[in-house]
Design a protein around this ligand. Structure first.
Ligand SMILES: O=C(O)CCCC[C@@H]1SC[C@@H]2NC(=O)N[C@@H]21
Length: 215
């Protein structure tokens, strides 16, 4: 009796998947190199690293995108100075940016899941993973994860780590909004190009059947 090949399930990761996640983890770290600008007194900097997080979800989807952010966060918490301004994860967790740092995770999950739903239910119908990436929907999804979810986590962290009132903590985000909208647009445009050239990069949310396209 010959053993039938094991069909991949949604939790299995190929070397290619790991490589893609590692490249995006490195991208997020590299986006911290330009340094930081801190506006106001909250201690929360303007950073390009949230662009990397948004890109990870929009380009790689929920599994690989989340893995990329987890790799980045684990390395930062392990002490590597890969957060903007040369900080590490432990410094961030004990600072006013703690909520934003932790929020990178729910942000990439929300963006990845919603992006996967969008590209899985395209013109072909059904969950084939070969649907079309729509830029306007992509911008909205990026804003939901990269602004609404990320800011909500950030505000929670500010309330825990500072003496700011709820309104002052919410108002802290005001100066980030223009730049963060630009990040959502840029990430959606990049993701649209990538998904046009590489359909199937994001796997459908449902478990893969053998013979389907792997990312
Ligand atoms: O380095 C850290 O510890 C996290 C920094 C988080 C900065 C947040 S992310 C959302 C908002 N947009 C920015 O450019 N900065 C803040």
């Amino acid at each position: 009796m010959t053993a039938s090949p094991k069909s991949p399930n949604r939790w299995s990761l190929s070397i290619g998947d790991l490589t893609q996640a590692a490249v995006f983890a490195a991208l997020i770290a590299a986006l911290g190199l330009p340094g930081t600008i801190t506006i106001g007194t909250s201690g929360v900097p303007i950073t390009f690293q949230s662009l990397g997080v948004i890109l990870a979800g929009a380009v790689l989807g929920p599994r690989k995108g989340t893995l990329a952010v987890v790799i980045f966060m684990v390395l930062a918490i392990a002490g590597l100075p890969i957060l903007s301004g040369g900080r590490n994860g432990l410094t961030a967790l004990s600072s006013p940016t703690a909520g934003y740092f932790i929020g990178f995770l729910p942000a990439v999950i929300v963006i990845g899941v919603l992006t996967a739903m969008m590209v899985s239910t395209g013109s072909t119908g059904g969950s084939t993973g070969s649907g079309k990436y729509r830029v306007l929907w992509g911008i909205a999804i990026n804003a939901l994860g990269g602004i609404v979810v990320l800011y909500a986590c950030g505000v929670a962290g500010l309330l825990i780590r500072t003496d700011l009132t709820v309104w002052a903590a919410i108002a802290t985000n005001g100066s980030f909004i223009p730049g963060d909208i630009a990040k959502c647009v840029v990430a959606a445009l990049v993701a649209a190009q990538v998904h046009r050239g590489r359909p199937g990069l994001i796997e459908p949310l449902r478990a893969r059947r053998s013979g389907s396209v792997a990312g």
